[in-house]
Design a protein. Structure first.
Length: 420
């Protein structure tokens, strides 16, 4: 009798434990959301593309390590990543994003690096009704095609160099002759054309408007044209390697410039590999470590604060990757924060619910202000975030250091002018 009682008690305990386990599982189910994206692991853009991916991966790892995103019903959202090397090729991007959607059951997409590759991914995402959050893609064009589920993290290309021209006007009121030398890509062309229109509206003279092919390494003929047209300001560039090569060749030429501002390359830590040629060069940056947004600054502007502080992101990134984060690193991380906030606000993960939350988003993060255009003409275009402008200067020990020189409210140093 005693033995039967013991057996009955054991069976009861097993049943109770099973019920508790089932109840717990019922109350707090965990859903894994698959995130798909490609990276450029080879070629000129491999460095910045890798940093973009690092930032996004850091966010994914942090969310999962913290136990996921908890919705109001107690359910848990965690993430897994599906990624492929696109080798910087548009056809690869089209094939790989189709593959991730059709064969690998990816739920939500992030973009590749560069506007041209992102444009290819956006068309595929829209065709299949998938949400795409774009990173490392500034061209306005992708958001002028009627897509309703493509959302931009970066400041648009049309506003990339406007602040540099404002800085020039602040430094020197005299009329200047500007040469625009830019990469022949959609993103760089939009930047240059918008900058030209803005500068001419302020009274600056355009003396040269030219472009070079992607992958160009010899800029001698362009420099000769700059000299022949007596330009004292050069604006343009494209991506990292061409920007670094162009700057170095300008430095060893006979050209005498007062002001040089280029896209992408100057904010990267590796830009100083060109040595003293980097001195005085200005570049637009989506984010810099020294520009600190905070819950207090959010309160001052009437915005909701979301996410970690700048220093917390920097420490986590440096611990994970043993390098300083660039704005490309922060871009990847910020894209994750955008998705996280949208899921929390939607209290759901369906595309329709998350898109609605993104349309209503108006927040401040360690990356800056996030808000999207919801008009038919430019749906998903980033309208909240503004650029900052850096310049390479020397410290007291003659070491090259990066300073924020514009806007004045966020500046860490006065700009050196004219360029050494």
């Amino acid at each position: 009798m005693k033995k039967a009682t013991i057996i009955l008690c054991i069976l009861s305990l097993i049943w109770i434990t099973s019920c508790i386990r089932n109840l717990t599982e019922t109350e707090t189910p965990t859903h894994t959301i698959s995130l798909g994206f490609t990276t450029t692991q080879t070629g000129n853009n491999s460095l910045v593309s890798t940093r973009q991916t690092n930032g996004l991966t850091l966010w994914i790892n942090q969310i999962n390590a913290a136990g996921g995103i908890t919705l109001e019903d107690g359910s848990i959202i965690k993430f897994t990543a599906v990624s492929h090397d696109d080798a910087g090729d548009e056809q690869n991007v089209k094939d790989l994003y189709t593959q991730m959607i059709m064969d690998e059951d990816v739920d939500i997409l992030f973009s590749p690096y560069t506007s041209s590759l992102t444009d290819a991914a956006a068309a595929i995402a829209d065709e299949h009704g998938k949400l795409l959050i774009t990173i490392g893609a500034a061209s306005d064009a992708s958001y002028e095609k009627g897509y309703t589920s493509v959302f931009q993290t970066y400041t648009p290309a049309s506003r990339y160099l406007a602040g540099a021209i404002d800085l020039l006007a602040h430094l020197d009121q005299d009329s200047k002759k500007i040469a625009y030398i830019h990469e022949n890509s959609g993103y760089s062309t939009i930047v240059a054309e918008a900058a030209r229109a803005y500068a001419e509206g302020l009274g600056y003279e355009t003396v040269l408007m030219d472009n070079y092919e992607i992958g160009e390494v010899d800029f001698e003929s362009y420099i000769d044209d700059i000299i022949a047209n007596e330009a004292d300001v050069v604006l343009g560039g494209g991506h990292f390697q061409d920007g670094a090569d162009f700057t170095q060749q300008l430095d060893t030429s006979d050209v005498d410039l007062d002001f040089l501002a280029l896209l992408v390359a100057p904010p990267e830590p590796e830009f100083t590999d060109i040595g003293d040629a980097a001195l005085g060069v200005i570049g637009p940056s989506q984010w810099e470590a020294s520009v600190k947004f905070s819950p207090e600054s959010a309160a001052d502007t009437g915005l909701e604060w979301f996410g970690p502080l700048n220093d917390d992101f920097i420490e986590a990134y440096e611990t994970a990757y043993n390098e300083e984060p660039s704005y490309h690193s922060m871009g990847g991380y910020a894209a994750g924060l955008i998705l996280q906030k949208a899921i929390l606000d939607a209290n759901a993960t369906s595309t329709a619910a998350v898109v609605t939350a993104l349309n209503e988003m108006d927040i401040l993060t360690c990356y800056g202000h996030i808000k999207f255009d919801t008009s038919t003409a430019a749906h998903g275009l980033q309208i909240g975030h503004d650029m900052v402008y850096i310049q390479w200067q020397e410290d007291d020990a003659d070491n090259l250091i990066k300073q924020v020189v514009w806007p004045q409210a966020g500046a860490t140093a006065e700009a050196i002018y004219p360029k050494p």
